[in-house]
Design a protein around this ligand. Structure first.
Ligand code: DX5
Length: 219
């Protein structure tokens, strides 16, 4: 089953709750909340308060993508705010094994994200602690960037490594996902598609955009 997550980074911030509900009505499978700290990535976006505000508005899982330095200092407050999954970047975690264990102790699912420049080898010792691996298909920091095609082979290799280890860990992709790139990533083994600007835009409604994305991977 292909999972579609709406990244609210591209939503209208003045109507965040309404847009999250529109995505739920459009039958996305989860909402991704992109947390940026102005340090690991240039922009500053959402804190735990936004997660707490969205929690009662949708019954969908809330995946919190932590694009922040020292994420270990913020795990508990985001879990307490209602996050169902906490996704940390390997590039910000010198103690990744410990961070993933901490997330699990908070009864929250774990995710590890890799920027396009980070090799798969960094995951070797923690694969069994990750409930999801998120391959960034853009350099993190903004919505609306072009898809980086070189990541297709990375997804294919990751799927092979996981299969060889007997792990059915889902692979998520994030960045530049639309009805053209979605079939490409699915053909290489990704099953979780995170999309922002192809869902939230002025070209069509959220419902129409999600339907187009879903149709592109249902052929
Ligand atoms: C970027 C974020 C993405 C972004 C995706 O750093 O992690 O989730 O919102 O946006 P699109 O789908 O527009 O590339």
């Amino acid at each position: 089953m292909i999972v579609i997550e709406a990244s609210i980074l591209s939503a209208d911030f003045a109507r965040l709750g309404e847009q999250a509900r529109q995505a739920e009505a459009a039958r996305v499978d989860a909402i991704q909340v992109d947390v940026m700290d102005g340090c690991f990535v240039p922009d500053i976006t959402f804190g735990p308060g936004v997660v707490r505000a969205l929690r009662p508005l949708v019954s969908l899982p809330l995946d919190v993508h932590l694009m922040i330095v020292e994420p270990e200092k913020h795990l508990e407050v985001f879990a307490g705010a209602g996050a169902d999954r906490l996704i940390v970047h390997q590039e910000t975690c010198p103690h990744l094994h410990c961070v993933l264990q901490c997330i699990r102790e908070l009864k929250t699912e774990t995710g590890v994200a890799l920027t396009p420049g980070t090799p798969l080898s960094v995951l070797e010792e923690v694969l069994d602690l990750a409930d999801l691996i998120q391959v960034m298909t853009v350099n993190p920091g903004w919505g609306g960037q072009p898809f980086i095609h070189s990541q297709l082979d990375k997804i294919r290799r990751l799927r092979r490594i996981l299969d060889e280890r007997g792990l059915d860990t889902p692979i998520a992709v994030d960045g530049g996902i639309d009805p053209t790139t979605a079939p490409l990533v699915v053909s290489t083994g990704a099953t979780v598609l995170i999309a922002g600007s192809s869902i939230f835009n002025n070209r069509a409604s959220v419902a129409e955009n999600v339907a187009a994305l879903r149709a592109s991977v249902s052929k």
